[in-house]
Design a binder for this molecule. Structure first.
Ligand SMILES: Cc1cc2nc3c(=O)[nH]c(=O)nc-3n(C[C@H](O)[C@H](O)[C@H](O)COP(=O)(O)OP(=O)(O)OC[C@H]3O[C@@H](n4cnc5c(N)ncnc54)[C@H](O)[C@@H]3O)c2cc1C
Length: 360
C-alpha cells in the first residue's frame, strides 16, 4: 500500500472536537469526559463527531498512513454516513456506479447497482471536524480506531493476500459499471471513476497470472501502471475488543473480506455502537455490561459476514484455493458461534445513536 500517497497538513494531524450538533449534548457532567481517538479513517471520524456532538471532549491522534485510492460505497452506506453527520447532501457529486457485471462461477451477468465511488482521502476530507488544542496528558477512555503493531495479532479466517493495481481502461469500458470475476485461485474487482485513476483489486493469485486467465476484466484494460504491496483480504477479528478504559473500533476491531463491499459501512456501524457504549458509560451505565454488549454485537457482525462470504466462496470455483478459503470461513463461523454462546442474550438495543436497555 506504500504507493497510495496522501500527505497531511502538519496542523491537521490532531484535532479536538467540541461540536454541539442539533441533537444537543447528552452528557450532563460538570467536567465532560475526555476521549482520545487513535485513527484517521472513517471509524475515527464518525466516533469523534458523535461523541463531540454529545458534549464529550474528544481528541484525535492521527498518523501518516497511506489512503485507499478508491472506495465503493453503496447507497445504503452513503445514507448511513449522511445520517451520522447530519448532512443530507454529503457525497452527492460523487461518481455513480449503476451496474455490476458479475462472472462468478458462470457466464457474465449484469445486475443493477446503486453506489458511488470516491477516494478515501475525498471521503475523509468531506467529513466535518473542529480543530482545537493538543491531546491532554490524561484521558478517560481511548478508542483505538487504527491498526497498530502494539495490538496482538487478530484471529484470521483465511489466508488470501490482495493487491491493488492502478490500470488504464480502454475507452470502450463503461464508466458507470464495476466488474467482478472469479478465477481458478482468486478473484478480480474493477471499478472506474470518470476522469480519475482506475483501480483493480486482485485477491488470491498474483495479479499478472489473474489477468492472464481473466476473460471478463482483462479485455477492458489497456495497461497496468503500478501496483501496491500485498495486504490482507481475509476476515479478521481482534481477540479482545475492549479493556477497562479502551475499546477497538473499525479495522482494528474487525476487518471484512472486500468481497462484501461493506467494509466502510461496517466501520461506520462500529463507530455508532462504540460511541453509544461510551455515552452509556459516561452517564453512569453498567460499563462491563455495555462493553461486553459491544464485543458480542461485533462478533455477531463477523459471524453474519462469514456466512455471506461462505455463500460467495462456495460458488466462485471448485479448485483447492476455493475449498481452503471456504473451510477457513466455516471454522470462523464456528469460532464466532462458540464465543456468542457464552455471551448470553443482548441486554441493549440501539435507539437512534443511543443504547437503551432491552425490555424483558
Ligand atoms: C484496497 C482497498 C480497497 C477497499 N475498497 C473498499 C470498497 O470499495 N468499499 C468498502 O466499503 N470498503 C473498502 N475497503 C475497506 C474499507 O476501506 C475499510 O473497511 C474502512 O476504510 C475501514 O475504516 P477504518 O476507519 O476502520 O479505517 P482504518 O483502520 O484507518 O483502516 C483503513 C484501511 O487502511 C488500512 N490501513 C490502516 N493503517 C494502515 C497502514 N499503516 N498501512 C497500510 N494500510 C493501512 C486498513 O487495513 C484498512 O483497510 C477497502 C480496503 C482496501 C485496503
Amino acid at each position: 500500500m506504500e504507493e497510495f500517497i496522501t500527505s497531511y497538513d502538519d496542523d491537521d494531524t490532531k484535532f479536538v472536537g467540541m461540536l454541539n450538533g442539533d441533537r444537543g449534548p447528552v452528557i450532563g457532567r460538570a467536567a465532560p469526559a475526555h476521549v482520545l481517538i487513535r485513527g484517521e479513517g472513517i471509524a475515527a471520524r464518525c466516533c469523534a463527531h458523535l461523541l463531540a456532538s454529545a458534549g464529550l471532549r474528544v481528541s484525535c491522534e492521527r498518523s501518516d498512513r497511506p489512503r485507499i485510492p478508491a472506495v465503493l460505497l453503496s447507497d445504503a452506506a452513503v445514507a448511513l454516513i449522511r445520517d451520522v453527520f447530519g448532512q443530507p447532501g454529503l457525497l452527492a457529486d460523487s461518481a455513480r456506479i449503476e451496474r455490476r457485471v458479475v462472472a462468478w462461477g458462470g457466464e457474465p451477468a449484469v445486475v443493477a447497482h446503486g453506489a458511488v465511488v470516491v477516494s478515501e482521502a475525498a471521503l475523509i476530507d468531506s467529513l466535518p471536524i473542529n480543530a482545537g488544542p493538543d491531546i491532554p496528558p490524561t484521558v478517560d477512555l481511548v478508542v483505538q480506531a487504527a491498526p497498530s503493531p502494539t495490538l496482538p495479532p487478530p484471529h484470521r479466517f483465511g489466508s488470501r493476500p490482495a493487491v491493488a493495481a492502478e490500470v488504464r481502461l480502454k475507452p470502450t469500458a463503461d464508466p458507470a459499471s464495476c466488474w467482478i470475476e472469479a478465477l481458478e485461485a482468486g478473484w478480480l474487482f474493477l471499478v472506474s471513476r470518470a476522469g480519475e485513476a482506475t483501480w483493480l483489486l486482485g485477491v488470491g493469485d498474483a495479479i499478472d497470472d489473474a489477468l492472464a486467465e481473466s476473460r471478463l476484466i482483462a479485455p477492458l484494460i489497456a495497461d497496468v501502471r503500478r501496483h501496491s504491496g500485498t495486504f490482507d483480504a481475509c476476515p479478521r477479528i481482534a481477540d479482545a475488543l475492549y479493556g477497562e478504559d479502551w475499546l477497538l473500533c473499525g479495522t482494528a476491531a474487525i476487518a471484512f473480506d472486500p468481497i462484501c463491499g461493506d467494509g466502510a459501512a461496517q466501520a461506520v456501524r462500529e463507530a455508532i455502537l462504540a460511541s453509544a457504549v461510551i455515552m452509556g458509560i459516561m452517564e453512569g451505565g453498567d460499563a462491563p455490561g455495555l462493553l461486553a454488549h459491544y464485543q458480542s454485537m461485533l462478533t455477531a457482525s463477523m459471524r453474519r459476514h462469514l456466512k455471506l462470504c461462505a455463500d460467495f466462496y462456495q460458488t466462485g470455483g471448485d479448485g483447492s484455493w476455493w475449498d481452503t478459503e471456504l473451510k477457513a470461513l466455516v471454522e470462523g463461523h464456528d469460532w464466532c458461534s462458540a464465543r456468542l454462546a457464552s455471551a448470553g442474550e443482548p441486554r441493549y438495543r440501539l435507539s437512534g445513536f443511543r443504547l437503551v436497555a432491552r425490555e424483558g
